[in-house]
Design a protein around this ligand. Structure first.
Ligand code: AMP
Ligand code: ZN
Length: 499
């Protein structure tokens, strides 16, 4: 589908809503900072990637060709105590660093699939782009914004801020404040000329096994560098949209801009989009504070914070009810309300599918109102991807659809074309743009539980047969048959089908 729609985006760089103009007509380059893969993702991380998934889906839906790059951080992201996150994960799990990276990348991808988050166009890993990062450090040194100390290379923030005047633009802080506050997670703080400087390349201590050769030392790149190097490689020196959670604005994104300006002479992205945090009990959901809910916990009903299980589609719907730039508190009540809303939407769609246009339709005001509501839902999305308001328009439509289905509104006032348009609109908007799934028949949770139970029953029957307890084995088979489940024995083992 191609639509000529005017999009307004809130740009963190200018702190204003701006009319979006792509660099190249019909094409958008978008970079979003991905996860650091050293432990399981929590629902807060998932919210951020769902927010950008909606943005990706909507941009594509309105006709843009989008190159969406979302990286995997597998080197250089240090903890507050200066320890490398991947190495910490490796120690905790007794694995090779790259095994840790693989394990948690797989886990991250599983969660993304669970929530129906589309795969990005490119998913580069920091450790696969060491050469590009070394080249960028060299360019920054050549241009005079870096200095070498004992084999490590640091960014000269003060010089950059004075000469370029753009440091602090993104986070909205004045340079003096930044400098007073600034502290990064480096063990070798004393090597830096100034506290606000940050590492571009770190010389590896002997025990640091994630290490590569470079012109300066055997070491590893600083965390901020990977995104500058990889966005430049895959999207060019200037591209359209850069996104991430708003906790990354400072220092990560601010330093990314500084690196790009120093190496390439200009800022990387024209529009910076920042999504807001998922909270638990009013506080940012965060692993280091120990207040997280994992997606699997919530889906299996095993979270101590919640009274019951919620399906992935319900959780996604719950997230969509809040605008991506607002904080969202994860609560049982909120999820229950979300579940009700989600069911109402699915039921409304079923009622719509059941509507057959009247043969002698004379479209009137109602027909016009339905078409206007469809257009308004698009307008809400055009206005900085306002999913809660778009959903409100969808529910306005559901109210009318239910009335039409119940005979409280005259179907004869709606044209066949409008009914067809509504059906198409709901399918596209709910499934393709919002990325929801209908979990009502074989819900994701239900299917997993049934699979698990059947595996258990088949195992128990096998045990009975091994004991030559034919009475028990037959009872299991016959009882299952009574409820419509047929067991099939073969050389490979026992399988089952629902009749
Ligand atoms: P990390 O793996 O820590 O680099 O985080 C991956 C992404 O999750 C980043 O874009 C963070 O901004 C985002 N994130 C972390 N905590 C939360 C939260 N509580 N709510 C929403 N996004 C979060
Ligand atoms: Zn990044």
């Amino acid at each position: 589908m191609t639509m000529n729609r005017e999009l307004k985006l809130y740009n963190s760089l200018t702190r204003e809503k701006e009319i979006f103009e792509p660099l190249h007509p019909g094409y958008i380059g978008m970079y979003v900072c991905g996860p650091t893969v050293y432990n399981d993702v929590h629902l807060g991380n998932c919210r951020t990637f769902m927010s950008f998934d909606i943005i990706f889906r909507y941009l594509k839906y309105i006709g843009y060709k989008v190159r969406y790059v979302r990286n995997i951080t597998d080197v250089g992201h240090l903890l507050d105590d200066g320890e490398d996150r991947i190495l910490k994960g490796a120690k905790a799990d007794k694995l090779e660093p790259m095994e840790v990276v693989q394990k948690y990348s797989n886990g991250f991808h599983d969660m993304m699939r669970l929530f129906n988050v589309l795969e990005p166009s490119i998913e580069p890993r920091a450790s696969g782009h060491i050469i590009e990062q070394i080249e960028m450090v060299q360019a920054i040194l050549d241009n005079g914004y870096g200095y070498i100390k004992n084999g490590s290379v640091y960014f000269d923030t003060l010089k950059f801020a004075k000469e370029k005047g753009v440091y602090g633009q993104l986070s909205g802080r004045v340079v003096e404040e930044l400098i007073a506050e600034s502290r990064d997670n480096l063990k070798n703080q004393d090597e830096k000329n100034h506290p606000a400087d940050f590492a571009l390349w770190m010389k590896a201590a002997p025990e640091h096994i994630l290490r590569w050769n470079s012109p300066w030392s055997v070491g590893f790149p600083g965390w901020h560098l990977e995104c500058s190097a990889m966005s430049t490689k895959y999207l060019g020196e200037t591209f359209d949209i850069h996104g991430g959670g708003n906790d990354l604005k400072f220092p990560h994104h601010e330093n990314e801009v500084a690196q790009n300006v120093s190496a390439c002479g200009h800022a990387p992205a024209r529009y910076w989009l920042h999504s807001n945090m998922l909270l638990l009990n009013g506080k940012k959901m965060s692993k280091s504070d120990g207040n997280t809910v994992s997606p699997t916990e919530l889906i299996e009903g095993a979270s101590v914070h919640m009274s019951k299980a919620y399906s992935p589609a319900v959780i996604r719907f719950f997230m969509l009810q809040t605008h991506y730039r607002s904080t969202l508190d994860l609560t049982d009540e909120g999820l229950q309300a979300g579940e009700k809303g989600y069911r109402r939407l699915m039921e409304g769609m079923k009622a719509l599918e059941g509507l057959t246009p009247s043969a002698d339709a004379r479209p009137g005001a109602l027909d016009q109102e339905l078409n206007e509501l469809v257009e308004q839902a698009f307008q809400e999305m055009d206005d900085d991807f306002n999913t809660p308001k778009a959903l409100a328009r969808l529910f306005d439509l559901v109210t009318r659809i239910n009335s039409l289905a119940g005979g409280h509104l005259p179907l004869a006032e709606v044209s066949g074309d409008t009914i067809e348009r509504l059906k198409q609109f709901f399918r596209d908007f709910v499934f393709d743009v919002l990325g929801l799934k209908d979990d009502s028949q074989a819900g994701d949770t239900g299917t997993a539980i049934i699979d698990g139970l059947m595996e258990l029953i088949v195992d128990m029957r096998k045990d009975a047969r091994d004991r030559k307890d034919w009475a028990a084995s037959d009872k299991i088979r016959d009882s299952l048959k009574e409820i419509g489940v047929q067991l099939k024995d073969s050389k490979e083992g026992t399988s089952w089908v629902i009749e």
